[in-house]
Design a protein around this ligand. Structure first.
Ligand SMILES: Cc1cc2nc3c(=O)[nH]c(=O)nc-3n(C[C@H](O)[C@H](O)[C@H](O)COP(=O)(O)O)c2cc1C
Length: 185
């Protein structure tokens, strides 16, 4: 697939077939991810791949509870809270796989892991796979309990939980607002 096609064709995917993503394909996505630039070339990323549904359900339930509790203490937009309050809402949309991209905590951990995440999502798109960054899982995975659930060492920061699977439906394009650009000539 041509790069521009992947950039424009990638969509947050929220409906998946039941087909599992084979491990060699996930490894190819991770190989694309690690081609990303990183500050001072530290390559601080770490990938946790979860294909165990029981563990995915456990992380989903704990993340949901954590986010609902966090939202109770701040003025949060109604839309995400309503989703989280729905007992049938599964934050991973029953995707067959979750890749958590973490980075060794440091000045550029978030930037480095995020660049790796975008590479992974574009590479997935080029292979006919759907992905979605699940911010709902991010906060709980960053807690001691969350890190322990995926055996992540304490010094690692989970940045990008990305679900991966085969799309069950074609996702319609999400319109973009025109870029706000200021020129200094
Ligand atoms: C940091 C981040 C967190 C996100 N968290 C969620 C999430 O928790 N659940 C979800 O369904 N989508 C999540 N998304 C996906 C966005 O909603 C989606 O990218 C956006 O609506 C634009 O749609 P598109 O990706 O199809 O262009 C997240 C995206 C990013 C970048």
């Amino acid at each position: 697939m041509e790069l521009n096609e992947a950039i424009r064709g990638r969509r947050a995917t929220r409906q998946f077939t039941r087909a599992q993503v084979p491990r060699p394909i996930l490894l190819e996505l991770i190989d694309a991810a690690i081609q990303a630039p990183s500050a001072i070339n530290t390559q601080p990323w770490h990938f946790t791949v979860i294909q165990n549904q029981a563990l995915l359900d456990r992380i989903a339930a704990a993340s949901k509870a954590y986010m609902l509790d966090a939202m109770a203490h701040v003025t949060a937009p109604a839309h995400p809270r309503e989703h989280l309050q729905n007992p049938d809402f599964h934050i991973f949309y029953h995707a067959p796989a979750l890749v958590v991209i973490s980075a060794t905590a440091g000045d550029w951990a978030v930037e480095d892991a995020t660049l790796a995440a975008q590479n992974l999502m574009l590479a997935a798109c080029a292979k006919g796979l759907g992905t979605c960054w699940i911010g709902f899982a991010q906060r709980w995975l960053g807690t001691d309990e969350g890190k322990q659930s995926i055996a992540l060492p304490p010094e690692m920061l989970p940045v990008a939980p990305i679900i991966v699977g085969y799309p069950a439906v074609a996702m319609p394009p999400v319109p973009r607002t025109p870029p706000r650009v200021r020129w200094f000539d």
